[in-house]
Design a protein around this ligand. Structure first.
Ligand code: FDA
Length: 277
């Protein structure tokens, strides 16, 4: 059972909890990207178990007829076991999603996983248009990847990047990463016909996308994490297509701890909740 304090960032442990959250969110005009917490499995069994859990979640989303999709981490479905294991599990998830027409995202992990993740995405994107992949603005290779991804019909989610990458591969300072993010958005609006997802809580990045939409006329969607700037999400949903990334599942503790430790305001929130103020 997830304590109320963690419920700000994690929907619950079960499919029922995540579907209930998605239903509630939909009343505020925001749709859900459901992520089952789990990563870096080094044996095939837990990877297969999470693959099957995603297939059941897809059934639950379809049965509830709720505005939701899923987002999967490559190392959660076998990339640390072998590329074949990952590709096979991903294919089974995509095949299942196709039955109900549900969207499937691939999260992006550290730079060592970029090529196999993009390869799995491009392999499916030509046959099933409801797939998407995340790319990270902090990686120096990303503008080039975006130019290549522009030829595929799926969606691309642009994030700043959550992994501590080496300086020869990545922009590292805050200002440099923000510049790189804007540069990647420039490439996306110039090259993409659609399928642009701006995943950032940074108002300056969202504003840059809004300006680019004025210039190019291409629509985009905004994605933010559950529990981060919720009110901003509801407000933006009056004008834009907004999706919330909603983690759930039994492995909630380390995700919750990361969210609390990464920002002073989250730590303050957690401490207030603990002392009841
Ligand atoms: P930045 O970190 O500069 O934050 C801007 C402002 O937003 C901050 O000043 C703060 O006020 C607020 N804020 C941001 N994060 C907050 C938090 N946790 N709590 C409270 N306030 C916060 N990364 C990755 O490498 N692979 C992936 O697949 C994904 N997937 C993904 C999906 C979605 C929907 C989102 C929103 C993010 C990701 N990320 C990710 C994470 C991403 O790389 C990045 O680490 C975070 O989004 C933080 O970057 P921002 O763009 O929000 O800017």
């Amino acid at each position: 059972m997830i304590p109320p304090i963690a419920n700000r960032f994690v929907a619950g442990e079960t499919h029922g909890a995540v579907v209930d959250h998605a239903r509630e969110l939909e009343t505020r005009g925001v749709r859900s990207i459901c992520n089952r917490l789990g990563e870096h499995y080094t044996a095939p069994e837990p990877a297969a178990a999470d693959r099957d859990a995603y297939r059941s979640l897809l059934d639950a989303i379809a049965a509830a007829d709720v505005g939701a999709c899923i987002s999967v981490k490559p190392s959660q479905i076998g990339l640390d076991v072998s590329e074949d294991c990952f590709r096979d599990n991903f294919e089974q998830i995509v095949d299942h999603a196709e039955e109900s027409g549900t969207f499937v995202w691939l999260d992006m992990e550290d730079h060592s996983t970029t090529d196999p993740t993009l390869d799995a995405y491009t392999h499916h994107a030509n046959e099933y248009e409801r797939v998407g992949v995340c790319v990270q603005a902090n990686l120096k290779r990303t503008p080039e990847d975006l130019r290549r991804l522009a030829d595929y019909p799926g969606k691309v989610r642009l994030v700043k990047g959550a992994y501590d990458e080496p300086g020869h591969l990545a922009h590292r300072g805050r200002a440099q990463v923000n510049d790189a993010y804007r540069g990647c958005l420039d490439v996306m609006f110039e090259r993409f016909d659609g399928g642009i997802a701006v995943a950032s809580h940074d108002a300056a990045m969202v504003k840059h996308a809004v300006d680019l939409r004025e210039e190019w006329g291409t629509d985009f969607e905004i994605q933010m994490l559950m529990g981060v700037r919720n009110e901003v999400q509801y407000d933006l949903a009056d004008r834009y297509d907004v999706w919330q990334y909603v983690p759930y599942g039994g492995k909630w503790f380390s995700y919750f701890s990361r969210r609390v430790m990464e920002r002073r305001e989250n730590l303050t929130f957690a401490l207030r909740a603990l002392v009841g103020r």
